[in-house]
Design a protein around this ligand. Sequence first.
Ligand code: SAM
Length: 346
Amino acid sequence: MALLTDRYQRPIDYLRVSITDRCDLRCIYCTPLGGSPKLDHDDILSYEEFLHLIQVAVGMGITKVRLTGGEPLVRKGVTDFCRRLAGLPGLQSLSLTTNGVMLEELAQDVYNAGIRRINISLDTLQPQKFLHITRRDEFDRVWRGIQAAEHAGFDPIKINVVVMRGINDDEILDLAKLTLERPYHIRFIEFMSINNDSQWVLQHYVSSDEILEKLLTVASLKQIVSQHTNGPARHFRWPDAKGIVGIISPISHHFCPSCNRIRLSPISHHFCPSCNRIRLTADGKLRNCLFSDQEVDIKSPLRLGATDAELAQILRASIDNKPEKHCLQSDVFRKCQNRPMVAIGG
Ligand code: SAM
């Protein structure tokens, strides 16, 4: 099948599907204090509808699907849905991003349903801080969920950490040191202003260079360069570590037309140029950039009986309109551009 690309020749092979807007945590970086308005039940796509759209996308060249949310594991019937998806011809990778709260109960079922790759969000190893960040007292349950995922056989287990200054940046080393004993991928993500007040985000933002500098105080890091495109993550390993540290820099390394030093650096993975994805929201909208509010409704045509060719055309148009780069927080970006790159040993 021909490679699916956008107008900047980026291969687009990855679809992230939010199967629900509901979540059992209320993370301070994701949800306003009073909670977010909930979608009406009828507005959320049924599993049949998701399956239909994913089938069309796979027919066009999408090979990887990640289920996300909200929290995907709170939706009833999710494991059956995973099983049906895993059997879709042409789909090479099916993965899941979860907050881990339900994993203790569901890890084995999800694994048996055919999911092999899992990302678990965990921003702290301290139960009190977990309560502060997520507004729910569920640290122990999530920790047991991670063990359950390991026991079930997931490989790799990726743990996503959103780094926030003054909140959990003091735990960067503790979290990264999990890789010394466990085969986890601990992935540090720069804090982004998605639904939040950008001033507040700016105050708590920590650049990936600063994270790397901290990691280098322990030992040199060897960069792991993969032949396969892993999207925008850069991967490193401490000597003799069982796991890997990942750095995701949506802000400081998102795109740099004017700064050759960063752009041409062999250790930079730029977020936007390596973006290989589109998104399908729980209410059936296509988003071609995480940071864009421009959404294309594919639910209405689907419910009005559009043919697969017509649905494919809507997907194609969304991919064609994918922006070259996001335009988020250029003030933060300008600040980071002047920081020297970190030298990586090993
Ligand atoms: N409920 C699932 C979970 O917690 O993993 C899936 C949805 S969650 C929105 C997906 C990922 O986005 C999580 O790893 C979360 O940490 C990350 N995320 C959410 N808001 C973010 C922000 N403002 N900046 C950086 N990452 C963010």
